[in-house]
Design a protein around this ligand. Structure first.
Ligand SMILES: [Zn+2]
Length: 199
């Protein structure tokens, strides 16, 4: 079985979100179990099933970076500068749009801030696909892994203008500010739990 190369477990989770079910093409994957190899901890298998038709599938990953389980760092997708090999530019853009929408509809401010931070991290992943050369506002063809996303690019190149993505980024608070907000929310939640136990 060939393993998918993910930078982090989170990138693996996002990969499942953008991978359609081959049987019904409609459901999303629910993760049943995450198995880590004891001898080679970088090998991680996600056992999942399709929420609509029940098809079972295992996604086998090799994970490059371990990340902390707490605070804003636990949302890290890829600490490096190289783009993803398993989620393409079009898919990061879709994830960004989806998460921004979820953030707007969130029931609490805490949830809205966390989802907004995740959206901003997805947008940062999208921006890793552009050439270092600033003259080039459009991404290389290699930024698209499937015929489907490549076609979206051909039909709507303006959607993939780097400047357009940077403008979206510019309308959000900086990643540092968003991370600090998430950290503060986590701290407040811990304090509330502590007060509860002291009563
Ligand atoms: Zn299905």
């Amino acid at each position: 079985m060939s393993r998918l190369k993910a930078h982090t477990l989170n990138e693996g989770r996002y990969h499942l979100k953008v991978t359609p079910c081959p049987q019904c093409d409609r459901g999303h994957w629910e993760i049943d179990k995450i198995d880590r190899s004891r001898t080679e901890p970088s090998r991680v298998d996600f056992a999942a099933h399709c929420s609509r038709c029940g098809l079972e599938r295992t996604f086998a990953f090799t994970i490059e970076y371990e990340i902390p389980q707490r605070g804003p760092e636990s949302e890290c997708i890829n600490p490096g500068r190289e783009p993803s090999r398993i989620i393409d530019l079009g898919q990061w853009r879709s994830l960004f749009a989806l998460l921004i929408e979820l953030s707007d509809r969130a029931e609490s401010k805490v949830e809205a801030r966390r989802t907004g931070f995740q959206a901003a991290l997805c947008l940062a992943e999208a921006l890793k696909f552009y050439d270092d050369d600033d003259e080039n506002d459009l991404p290389p063809r290699s930024a698209f892994f499937s015929e489907e996303t490549a076609e979206t690019f051909r039909e709507h190149p303006a959607k993939f203008s780097r400047q357009a993505l940077r403008d979206m980024q510019g309308r959000l608070p900086s990643l540092n500010t968003m991370a600090e907000n998430v950290r503060r929310d986590a701290r407040d939640a811990r304090k509330r739990r502590w007060r509860f136990w002291k009563k």
